[in-house]
Design a protein around this ligand. Structure first.
Ligand SMILES: Nc1ncnc2c1ncn2[C@@H]1O[C@H](COP(=O)(O)OP(=O)(O)O)[C@@H](O)[C@H]1O
Ligand SMILES: [Mg+2]
Length: 423
């Protein structure tokens, strides 16, 4: 710590999780030996699913093997079809050399480019399909992706990660179900979801039941950290051992949820809120840290929260909130009257980019669908809902479930969940 300012918010070392990491690694080794393996990692928001998965990805890549990862988007049913698979496949061109990529994609390159424009022929020999172009019926798409994964696995084991399944739309669930049933090669499929998000009748429930009945998946439930691990987490962040009193205080406030522990410590360091805040007040604590920032920065974060967890900015790449809970808390805190003009401005900016950059550039817009619904249609669909003076509508026609964060265009309340025991 320098001058009372924490140098980092997260611990550079993974704390605990030895058994969990070993379970994931064993699944990858099974894939390495030639059998497909699927692990479903469950845990509440902030408990460390992404962190654990990142460690596995790093380990797999350190071995020279291929790891592809994508996450489901918190946008509502049917808005972004196959988003995590599109995200995962985007990086394929960087991970595999051109000749190998040509072999893997084979004769399906042009078709696949409808889903993932980045995979189009670099020579652009007439096969650079417009993003979102129709014609790929699900059955064909599933077979095509299965073939690509199998060919990728011929060059060595492949780890495919799909995060945040609680936000998956039907198309993604269907595709993943198909892959679990049909993968035959050296592919380890790792799926994560927020277990505290699954209310009764959540569409992921039957899907998870199906996976379990298939006998082809194993489950890993991530628990909160204990006192000892929490002490290590705080020591990792502070760069020095944490006094027992501090560990006790943060443990009481976070109940062992690492994300909340990080936020409580950061709030304490910044002198906002009290680190012994009760879990129910964690949302306020998150907001207190944001509100302590200069006004312009605070405003920028509010605008960014409209876009979702990740924001793509013209020319300068992508930014992400460090955790979805931060974005959700900021979004939730916007007044209903503040949201429509911000949504409208964002939709306008996206539409302007689509119009000005209909080709490969539009593919940067990771939050737009690349198949199913053409991108321009997507923006148009959002546009009228977001005109100033009109309340935004939800993109989904399904009734809103209390407590879900599904309705990005809704004015309903979206709250991060406190640790389960506190509810
Ligand atoms: N075992 C751990 N060791 C160190 N830091 C952790 C651990 N688990 C989680 N964290 C930290 O806690 C925060 C929330 O973890 P994350 O993986 O994003 O949660 P989730 O994906 O379950 O919502 C991150 O900053 C992460 O680095
Ligand atoms: Mg996560």
């Amino acid at each position: 710590m320098i001058g009372g300012v924490a140098l980092r918010v997260s611990s550079p070392v993974l704390v605990g999780r030895a058994a969990e990491a070993a379970q994931l690694w064993a699944a990858f080794e099974r894939a390495q030996a030639g059998s497909p393996a699927t692990v479903v990692v469950a845990g509440e928001a902030g408990v460390g699913k992404t962190r654990l998965v990142k460690e596995l990805i790093a380990g797999v890549r350190a071995q020279g093997a291929l790891a592809l990862a994508g996450g489901c988007l918190n946008l509502g049913e049917g808005v972004v079809a196959y988003a995590p698979l599109v995200e995962a496949l985007r990086s394929l061109g960087d991970a595999v050399d051109p000749a190998e990529l040509e072999r893997v994609l084979g004769g399906v390159r042009a078709e696949l480019a409808r889903l993932v424009p980045e995979l189009g022929d670099p020579a652009g020999a007439g096969v650079q399909a417009a993003p979102g172009a129709g014609g790929l019926v699900p059955g064909r798409l599933f077979e095509l992706l299965l073939g690509v994964l199998h060919r990728l696995a011929e060059r060595g084991p492949l780890l495919l990660v799909v995060e945040d399944l609680h936000w998956a739309d039907q198309s993604t669930r269907d595709l993943l179900g198909f892959l679990v049933r049909n993968l035959r090669a050296s592919v380890a499929l790792l799926l994560t979801y927020r277990s505290d998000e699954l209310r009764r009748r959540h569409p992921l429930r039957p899907f998870l039941g199906e996976l379990e009945r298939s006998g082809r998946t194993e489950r890993l439930e991530l628990a909160r950290l204990g006192r000892h691990e929490l002490g290590e987490l705080l020591a990792g962040i502070r760069g020095e051992p944490a006094p027992a009193a501090l560990v006790g205080e943060i443990l009481a406030g976070s109940e062992g949820n690492p994300f909340f522990a990080e936020e409580l410590l950061a709030a304490r360091v910044a002198g906002v809120g009290r680190s012994a805040e009760l879990p129910e007040a964690l949302r306020d604590l998150l907001l207190a840290r944001v509100e302590a920032l200069p006004q312009a920065t605070h405003r920028l974060l509010q605008v960014a929260a409209i876009a979702g967890r990740r924001v793509v900015e013209a020319g300068s790449g992508a930014y992400a909130f460090r955790h979805a809970l931060v974005q959700e808390a900021i979004y939730d805190d916007l007044l209903p009257v503040q949201r429509p003009p911000l949504h409208a401005a964002y939709a306008r900016a996206l539409a302007a980019r689509i119009e000005g950059d209909a080709g490969a550039g539009a593919a940067e817009l990771g939050r737009l669908p690349t198949t199913g619904t053409p991108r321009t249609t997507w923006a148009e669909r959002c546009w009228p809902a977001c005109r100033p003076g009109r309340l935004p509508r939800r993109p989904s026609h399904r009734p809103r479930r209390r407590g879900t964060t599904n309705g990005r265009w809704s004015c309903g309340s979206v709250r991060p969940k406190p640790p389960r025991a506190a509810q």
